[in-house]
Design a binder for this molecule. Structure first.
Ligand code: TXA
Ligand code: MG
Length: 313
């Protein structure tokens, strides 16, 4: 549905009735629900087939609204919120005691999204909105309204805000510890975060997951096709022929063929198109995707993370 005044009104009405609706953010589309309605949250988990141990990020319209959900608002939270909100950063803080017990962690992840439709919806409904990516658990995150409808056909309403600008989920940082700790690399670069807080602790092995950020522990972001990360461009070129193999690469010279997705060598542009490219390769019906290992470096961290998870079996 168009994200105009009527669409926003209808979406807000659904949310107040403890139903759900999908909406665009600057990262990926989210499946929104009143964050403290047990009924609405249960619907999110049911539609996504999401395991109940994986907690949700709560979206709010302002830093003040986020602070109201926290038991403590550390200095790092204040600085990061001031610098990067609205924007693709989620902060894990101690959960305020007045919030309904979730049965989950004693913390809550909060963020103020930068997409005008997301902000308009938050204001229109007046509720804090839990919003995981609007896809079936473990599959590719949606960066267009059409991706949402294909992955979750039973969602009652999808507000269409066009393709997402970043196309990669928010960076998740735990500010309950000092120095703050990275839980999920994402659209906001580590460099940007370090500029504000100084040191940032990295989990020992990002790709092996971390029990403290439950969502990192498993196969995720995976296309239907089997995705294999490949270091040597020659292997890609050899794999390019059969109609059952798709290629994902940022190296123009590597391969030509029906199922080659050539992405940008710029990490921001690469990230913005990554999920859409995986969707296209799935649509093409390939059985295997050979993905060229992207360059090293902080700017590619989130992309490495998503590709590694997509290739986990
Ligand atoms: O960009 C995004 O963050 C998107 C858009 C829609 O805002 N949302 C998103 O949500 O990616 P989801 O549910 O797919 O991912 C939430 C991540 C998971 O890795 C989860 O484990 C982690 O945040 N998380 C949520 N609450 C947490 C908490 N209290 N402590 C640690 N990790 C938490
Ligand atoms: Mg997700």
């Amino acid at each position: 549905m168009a994200a105009d005044a009527a669409g926003l009104r209808r979406a807000a009405e659904l949310l107040r009735q403890e139903s759900v609706c999908a909406f665009p953010t600057e990262t990926v589309y989210g499946l929104g629900a009143h964050a403290f309605s047990a009924k609405a949250i249960a619907e999110v988990y049911r539609l996504k087939h999401r395991p109940s141990w994986n907690p949700l990020i709560v979206h709010v319209a302002s830093a003040a609204d986020a602070e109201a959900l926290a038991h403590e608002w550390p200095e790092a939270a204040r600085l990061l919120a001031e610098r990067f909100w609205p924007g693709p950063l989620s902060l894990v803080v101690e959960r305020a005691h007045h919030l309904p017990a979730s049965g989950g962690p004693a913390t809550v992840a909060v963020r103020v999204p930068a997409h005008p439709v997301a902000l308009a919806l938050l204001r229109e409904c007046g509720l804090p909105l839990a919003a995981p990516s609007a896809n079936r658990s473990e599959s590719i995150s949606p960066t267009t309204a059409e991706h949402v409808i294909r992955s979750l056909p039973d969602v009652p309403l999808v507000l269409d805000g066009g393709p997402c600008r970043f196309g990669i989920e928010s960076t998740v940082v735990d500010v309950t510890v000092s120095p703050p700790r990275l839980l999920r690399p994402g659209a906001l670069s580590l460099r940007a975060i370090r500029d504000v807080v100084g040191a940032l602790r990295l989990p020992g092995a990002l790709d092996k997951g971390d029990a403290r950020s439950p969502g990192l522990a498993h196969r995720h972001y995976a296309p239907r096709a089997r995705l294999r990360l490949v270091d040597d461009p020659a292997t890609l070129a050899e794999g390019a022929d059969p109609g059952t193999v798709g290629i994902l690469t940022h190296l123009p010279a590597v391969a030509e063929g029906a199922h080659v997705e050539l992405l940008s060598a710029d990490p921001l542009e690469y990230g913005a198109d990554l999920y859409a490219a995986l969707h296209r390769l799935d649509d093409a019906g390939v059985a295997t995707i050979l993905a060229q290992l992207p360059p090293e470096g902080d700017d590619w961290l989130a992309i490495h993370d998503r590709l590694t998870r997509a290739s986990a079996s």
